[in-house]
Design a protein around this ligand. Structure first.
Ligand code: GAR
Length: 201
């Protein structure tokens, strides 16, 4: 069974959707560890609830970004993690980490990439005035939200939307496509050709 490690900085609703998919029997994957760079992250409490090993790693304890990431890598290796899942992990990984797990890191981003990478994607979409927003699951590369796209889902932007209402509508789709992308990976059905990901039968 595919062993995954989840990196999360915040409330962890995407982590929850993965846990729920596993519990429903829709996803044959084992979450070996949940790691957070924020002490009070709700994601850690969610992991605890399901007896999933979890760990807070304080970035301030390390002199460099690479040393901080090495601590994460050590934990992931200790738990024999084969695929790293970024679920609201609000830090850009260095090339060192990305190369270590080349094509073995997935990220979810709340926009239809390549539109609106980076922070506050939903606000960017509202301010730009797009009528269709959405989310993207992609493999992480060395850029900011630039890696090969695995799955996307679109939602309408409605009149009167706020950042919160739009984020919530997008989040519903995130919770659907992230477990789905992990399932495809676990079934060996994702083939990366250049920057294009093919879903094979
Ligand atoms: C999600 O909307 C995710 O797409 C976004 O943070 C939220 C985390 O929510 N990620 C990014 O913006 C990454 N640049 P969660 O903690 O409830 O899963």
């Amino acid at each position: 069974m595919l062993k995954i490690g989840v990196l999360a900085s915040g409330r962890g609703t995407n982590l929850q959707s993965i846990i729920d998919s596993i519990q429903r029997g829709d996803l044959e994957t084992e979450i070996r560890i949940v790691i957070s760079d924020r002490k009070g992250a709700k994601a850690l409490a969610r992991a605890n609830k399901y007896h999933i090993p979890n760990q807070y790693i304080n970035p301030d304890d390390y002199a460099t970004k690479e040393e901080f990431e090495q601590a994460i890598i050590n934990l992931l290796e200790e738990h024999k993690v084969e695929l790293v899942i970024l679920a609201g992990f609000m830090r850009l990984l260095t090339p060192y980490f990305v190369r270590h797990y080349k094509n073995k890191i997935m990220n979810i981003h709340p926009s239809l990439l390549p539109a609106f990478p980076g922070l506050n994607a939903q606000r960017q979409a509202l301010e730009y005035g797009v009528k269709i927003a959405g989310c993207t699951v992609h493999f992480a590369d060395e850029g900011m939200d630039t890696g090969p796209i695995i799955l996307q889902a679109a939602v309408p932007v409605k009149e009167g939307d706020t950042e919160e209402t739009l984020a919530e509508r997008i989040l519903q789709e995130e919770h659907r496509i992230y477990p789905e992308a992990i399932r495809l990976y676990s079934e060996g059905r994702l083939k990366i050709e250049g920057r294009v990901v093919k879903v094979v039968e």
